[in-house]
Structures are given as C-alpha cells and as structure tokens.
Design a protein around this ligand. Structure first.
Ligand SMILES: [Zn+2]
Length: 428
C-alpha cells in the first residue's frame, strides 16, 4: 500500500485535545505520524489539505441501510457510499431489515456486503429479541461472534421491562450497549407528528413528549438496577434531557444520541402536510431544540447520530397519515452541524468533531474517532468555510427524502479516507 501524506491542514483530534496545523502521515492503512513538516516518504501520495480541516472520520451509530428487504430504498453499498460522501468512516446499521438481523447468518450477510461496499465501514446491530417481537431474547453471544457491535430493536421500543432488564444484564457481560427507541406505544399509537398546536391545526393525531420520556425514565432506572450500558436513541424532548442529566449525575451507565433534525427543526416544518418532516420521534418545539443544543454542549447528550432512514419516493408521496416515518441524513449531517451549531455559536469545531466522531466511537467501543498513531487511518478532510445548497438528486443515497432540499449549509466534505484508502473524493 502506498503511503499517504495529508499536508498543511488544520488537524482536529478531540481524542487528544489536538487542534493545530499539522501533516498526517498514513502507512499501511494506519496513522503513522501527526506532526508539523513531515517529509513525504518515497512513493507517497501527497494530498494538499491547506484551508481544510483534517479530523477523525465521522462515526454514526444509528443508520438504516434497508438491505436485505428494501433494496429499492437503499443497500449496504449505497448507504456506505452515502456515508463516505458525508464524511463518515464508520456507521452502525440497525437490525430492522427483512429478514431481521437476529441470527448469525443475517449478521454475516451484512458483514459480507459491507466488506464489498467500498465506502464507510458498516457495523451491524443485532436484534435484542427474536423477530424484534419483544418476547424472546436473541442469542447475544452468537450475534457478537458474527460481528454485532451492539443490540437494539430500533423501529420498535422494547416494551417489556423484564426483557429490557435481561438484555442489559446479558449485554453487560460482553461490555456492549443496548440501544432503545424510547416510545410508550399506548401513548404514541396512531400519532403522525408531535402533539401540539401544529398537530391540532392540521387535524393530525399527535405523539406526546411523555411517550418518549416515560421510556427514557424506565431505561435509566433499569440501567441503574443492572449496571448495564443503556444507549438512548434519537432523544427529542427537554423532559428526556432532564431525566438523562439526573441519571448521569447519579453515575448511571447511560449514553444518548440526538439527530441533526431534532437539533435544527421544529414541528412547524410539518405545515402543509410535508411528509419529509415526518419522523419518529417527531420534530418537537423550540424549547426542546434549545434544550437539546444545551445538552449536546454539556455532554448530557453524548453524540449526534443521523437515524438515516431512506424511503422510496412513492412512499413519501402518500398522505401524511400514511407516509412512513424518517428522513435521509448521512449527506447533510456535517453541513448542518457546521452551519447551525458551529456558525450558530453552540459548539466549537473541535466540540462538533467530538460529538460526531470521538464520543460515538468511544461509547460503542469502535476502533475509530482518533488520529492517534497506530490507529486505523479513517479521516475526513473538509472545507469548513465552503457553503453549498442541498440538492437531493445529487445524493449518493438511493433515496431523496430530506426536509433540507434547497437549504444552504456550511462545511463541505472534500475527501474521506478509510483504512488509508480514499473512498470519497469531491470532483471539482
Ligand atoms: Zn428509532
């Protein structure tokens, strides 16, 4: 493998509190040096990164890649390439495919597709329960052996507190997290958007904040009971933040993620029955957005995760009530983070990198999120000053369902490197 020298960039590595002009030398797919004025070894490829940020590749612990089962919406390969185009070098694929990844063969299939994808690394979740039916625990040891890095029944909450308790106890033995989609189904039933003034005006049934908060509280309590690591998916309300903050103060083993859309949009986006603003959990209110931003800043929310949820065009063309939940997110996440959070004065650029790379890697025990010499050479190189307009037809994802079409974002990925190999390069 040819050595690679990334020259003259602003190197940000939150894992080592590094933010300085430096060169990054890559050898044999690993970081060899991060220093100023590195001399290129013989035969090295040199990449000019002047004016660019060079950071550990982004890590997304929550994506839906739809394969097997819904390959018209996305595949492991297209998802991995969309991820690379968005600056991600590692993504974790949720198990609600068809068939569900609740057995070794299904996990093995994802691992095999991922190795051929030529994009970001893809790590499969195993299902918590057989068939995600919430009844019988999947065989965690076998799923881990096949490559599962965490467990979740995402798409559905784990309704049974007994099952959740058992899952946390088993997963703890392997030292990996159990990720829950927090939604109390009897309160959320039939809901299409956030329960508030906009749902009333539109005549749509709402999903109250309490539906999420009840399950967040339960999961924090069960984590405290078992000592197991509970990871809370896509937190969307101020009340949830308050519960998590209290849990962390009490030393509970809880981590939590927030999506770019919950950090940047409110339920107002559903006006006009805009199905590209329909997601679960739903877009909430301004006070929630403010609380989520504060919580990301102070670490109550550990990380940003996209909940990338591709849907075929026709599915989102249905009536609001009938359209599926979810939006694509891999190719807009960094641009939204730089524009809304960094340029918006919420986070510094190193803090954003921490929340999009170092912290998710740490929480999920992935060998990523750092530029420490010896570690895999997974990098993103992006122009923090560039602005660009979201044009969904240019997405590498197979799907186009985004509420950000036409939005002007800041911070544009120029190149993504996985294991020392360029997997995305902007053509210009
Ligand atoms: Zn979910």
């Amino acid at each position: 493998m040819r050595p690679v020298l990334v020259k003259g960039g602003r190197v940000i590595d939150p894992s080592r509190q590094l933010d300085q002009a430096a060169d990054v030398l890559i050898q044999d797919g690993r970081i060899a040096a991060v220093e100023s004025n590195v001399t290129a070894p013989e035969g090295a490829e040199t990449i000019d990164a002047s004016g660019m940020v060079v950071a550990p590749g982004l890590v997304d612990v929550h994506v839906h890649l739809r394969e097997p089962g819904k390959e018209a919406a996305e595949t492991v390969a297209t998802g991995a390439r969309a991820a690379a185009a968005g600056g991600f070098t590692s993504v974790c694929a949720m198990p609600n495919t068809d068939p569900i990844t609740d057995n070794q063969a299904a996990i093995g299939f994802i691992v095999k597709q991922a190795s051929a994808a030529n994009g970001a690394r893809v790590f499969p979740y195993g299902a918590i329960s057989i068939g995600q039916r919430g009844e019988q625990l999947a065989e965690f040891a076998k799923l881990i052996e096949a490559g599962a890095i965490a467990f979740s029944d995402d798409g559905h909450p784990v309704l049974s507190s007994h099952l959740m308790r058992t899952a946390l106890e088993y997963a703890q033995a392997f030292g990996i997290p159990v990720a829950d989609h927090c939604e109390e189904p009897s309160l959320a039933k039939g809901g299409a958007m956030h329960d508030g003034v906009v749902s009333t005006r539109l005549g749509l049934k709402g999903i109250p904040a309490a539906a999420e908060e009840i399950m967040v509280a339960r999961d924090v309590i069960l984590s405290e009971l078992t000592g197991g690591h509970v990871h809370l998916c896509h937190i969307s309300t101020k009340g949830s933040v308050d519960i998590i903050r209290r849990g962390k103060e009490n030393g509970v083993n809880v981590t939590a993620e927030v999506t770019p859309h919950h950090l940047t949009l409110t339920h107002d986006k559903c006006e006009g029955y805009n199905t590209n603003a329909k997601m679960n959990p739903p877009l909430r209110e301004e006070a929630d957005v403010v609380a989520l931003r504060e919580a990301l800043k102070d670490g109550t929310l550990d990380m940003i995760a996209t909940d990338h949820a591709p849907h075929h065009y026709e599915a989102k063309e249905r009536d609001f009530d009938d359209a599926p939940f979810g939006i694509v997110g891999l190719e807009t996440a960094l641009g939204l983070g730089v524009k809304e959070l960094v340029n918006g004065g919420v986070l510094s650029l190193p803090e954003l990198m921490r929340r999009m790379s170092t912290e998710p890697a740490k929480a999920f025990h992935l060998d990523a999120g750092t530029l420490e010499p010896g570690k895999p050479a997974d990098l993103v190189i992006f122009d923090p000053g560039a602005t660009w307009t979201v044009e969904p037809t240019e997405f590498h994802s197979k799907s186009r369902n985004t509420p950000y079409a036409g939005h002007v974002l800041a911070g544009r990925v120029e190149r993504t490197i996985v294991g020392g190999r360029t997997v995305f390069q902007r053509d210009s």
